[in-house]
Every structure is written in structure tokens, then in C-alpha cells.
Design a protein around this ligand. Sequence first.
Ligand SMILES: [Zn+2]
Length: 457
Amino acid sequence: MATKIAFHGAARTVTGSKHLLTIGNKQILVDCGMFQGPRELRDRNYEPFPFDPADLDAVILTHAHMDHVGMIPKLIRDGYRGPVYCTRATKGISAISLPDSGRLQEEDAYQDRKRGRDVEPLYDEKDAYAALKSFEAVPYHQFHALPGGAQFQFRSSGHILGSAYAEIFLPNGERVLMTGDLGRYDAPIIKDPETVDWSEYLVIESTYGDRLHPQEDPLEFLHGVLSEVVADGSVLLVPSFAIGRTQELLYFIRMLQIQGRLPRIPIFVDSPMATSTTALYGGAKEEWDEEMTELMQEQYDPIEPEGLQFTRDRNSSKALNSMSGPMVIIAGSGMANGGRIQHHLLHRLGQERTHVLFTGYQAAETLGRRLLEGAPTVQIMGREVEVRAKVDKISSLSAHADQNEIFRFLGGFRQAPKTTFLVHGEPEAQDALAERIRTELGWNVEIPEHGQEFDLG
Ligand SMILES: [Zn+2]
């Protein structure tokens, strides 16, 4: 039975993951992500799928980030009728983020129409809710049959809650391991990436294939910032990603409290998506690492620091404007280019007793990037604001393995895979990683181009 793999997204770029495995006359799509970032990439979302959704026999999702699941509602609206296999938490997070994405697209289309541009949303909220009915949760480490005599199982990839490698067993006995996004070792809350010792074919991400994360200890850095905030009575604004990063921050704050290094101050999570996701993290026992499990057993809930409050509606979010420090407000979006953090920044950037702490990568042309670059004034919601606040960044938090961590993962293999495919990376990162794998391990590495197909025998 001829087996092929084709890469229809995240090929020489970091978004739009869509990997199509053909086994005989059966087609299995792994991930159906949205292209994000520059216009020319986002435009691809509006093109027809490079395969007929009605012809697919199964879809497997590695995790719930939009660049891996974001196009599922469109796939189903365009004719896909089969199951969407994922872990329980991926289903839970998608149930929050896909309808939210549908709503955002309706809003964007409405704004575009007001500007005279007639752009249809990729899908709306209704499409997203309809799509969720096809999601089927499969437990980790449980073999599940696929059409055409293949099987698969999910294994922890340590990236975010619910993230998994898809380990696919072909009818001829060979394996294809798709890492999805590979997480970090020793990160808080969730389990480390699992060790894999064998797979004939490996499809691995390469986001940080050419870099090492800074060694700075995020707990100590955060302690430094929070000590200043407490001493000055200032307000700490934290633009944060709702899935994963917010929960890590809550964990670090809780650790400082348990260690007696931080007095009780109000901590607001001002993001409906972060609020719902935090509840999922708190309920996903099967995914907690040992430390998280022990602390939970000792009643120390490590993602619920003392003083934590969730603001659900817009009014309670606005009410935070009249409060004074010391306090912490964690709100989306992580790059400050949308979400409730914008009105907090608008209100407080001009005040000296404000501290802004970025917690992740800030893309070019985002408000976050401009603030980090030290802009004296910025535009927010059509208004010009003078920046008097102190602006900082924790640079060591990332949900992706760096080059050494990728090598730690590859080091688990007892034998070289026949082919290792590098996906989900910019060309420089991929070229550097491929070079190191070839010279140090002597493995056969391919870097697929967009749309390229390979025979797997
Ligand atoms: Zn991801």
C-alpha cells in the first residue's frame, strides 16, 4: 500500500500546520491550522484547501493553538464529515477558542465592510460551534484505529495543556511520529515531552532550531519585578497569552507566596479565555507533572495564588481603572495588539506608577514591540499616549523547545529515522537545525517546501 506525506502548511514558516498522510486510498490530515502573521501568509487562509475536505477520512489534532486547529470550522463547512481526534484538553480549549475566533472574524469582516472592503469571514461563531460536534477525545497512550488499517496514539509533547505527539502506526508496521509543537523540559504544571526511542519517519517542529533560550530564572526575574511593584505601590500590567503562559505566571506568583517572598496583593486575570483555560488546567489531573500533583494534594493549588480574582465582564474590567496599586493585572492579548490589555495600557501608560511586563515574543509592528523598543508615545485605540510606565520583559519563558532541547528529544532515538522532516520553522532556524542534525547525528533530513509531497514507500 503506497504511503505518502504532503506538507500544506508550516512548511518553511511557523503557521498554518496541515500535514496530509495518504495510506493507500485513505487520507489522514494531521492539524488544520490557520496561517498567521504577514498578509501574504494570511491570504492563504482564503484559498481553497489543496485537497478536497470531503475526501479526507480522519483528522488528528496535536494541540489547540490556532495555527494547528484554526481552520477546522472551515474544513467542516467545506465538506469534511469525519471525526476530529484530539486529547480531552485540546477539545476543551478548542471549545473556547474556535467560537472566539469565529466571533473575531465576524467583527473583522464588519470593520472591513465599513472601510469599503468586502471580505467574507473564514467562518463565523455558528460554524465553530457546529465543527466542535465532530471533535472526539482520545486518551493519551491508547491505540485508536484509523481508516485503512493504520492506528495512532497520543503521547505528551509538553507544549501546552492537551498537547500531544501523534504516533501513527502504518499497516506495514512502520511508524510516523508527528511532534506537533515540542515543549520544554522542566516547565511548570504539565508533564515533560515524552522520550521517543524509535520511529521510521519523524516530522518535527523547528521554531527555535537555531537558538538557545536565555538561562535567566523566570521565578527570580518575576520576584525582582514584583518586589519593586510592592515597594512602589504600582500597578503591574502583564500582557499575556491565555493558554499556558497565564497559568505559568500564576504558578510562579503562587511559588513566591509559598516561599514567603511575596505579600498578598490583588491579582486580576482579566481575560475570559484565560479564565476558562485556567479552569481546564486546574482540572486536568492526568496531565500534571509530579510537583503540580503533590502541591495539589497538599491543598496548595499552584495556579490559584492568594488574592487572585477573575474579572468576567467588561464592566468589572473597566472598574479596575479606578483601583490603585500594588496590584497585578494579567490580560490578553500577549502582544498587546488587541484584547482588554489595551484599555489598561491606554489608562495607565501615562502614569509613572505603572510597570508593564511582557512575557513572550513580540512580533514586528505590534504595540508590544513598540513599547519594548522604548517608543516615547504610542497609539492605542486611535489615541496617542505618552509612555511614562516602566517596561520590562521576561525573556526565558517559551512553550517551544530550543535547539538543545530538540537535541535532547532526538537523543532518545536508538536508531536514526529513515527520514526526519523539519516543519514549523523559519528558513534560517530550519537550515541551522538540519545542518546540526546531519553533522552530529548523521541523519537524513528533509525540509519540505509548501505543498511538497514525499513517498514513504
Ligand atoms: Zn503551539
